[in-house]
Unconditional design. Sequence first.
Length: 47
Amino acid sequence: MRWLLNIVFVVLLLITAAFTARYIKDEALPSGKEARWQVATTEVRTR
């Protein structure tokens, strides 16, 4: 029965982490620093 609780806990943790990452990404995108960093990395990749 304990492993069931562990599985439920891990699933909740993953869902929380996914939502947090999405929220942080949405918050960080409008900032100029993040946008410049993304442009720089894509330029390096295309060269």
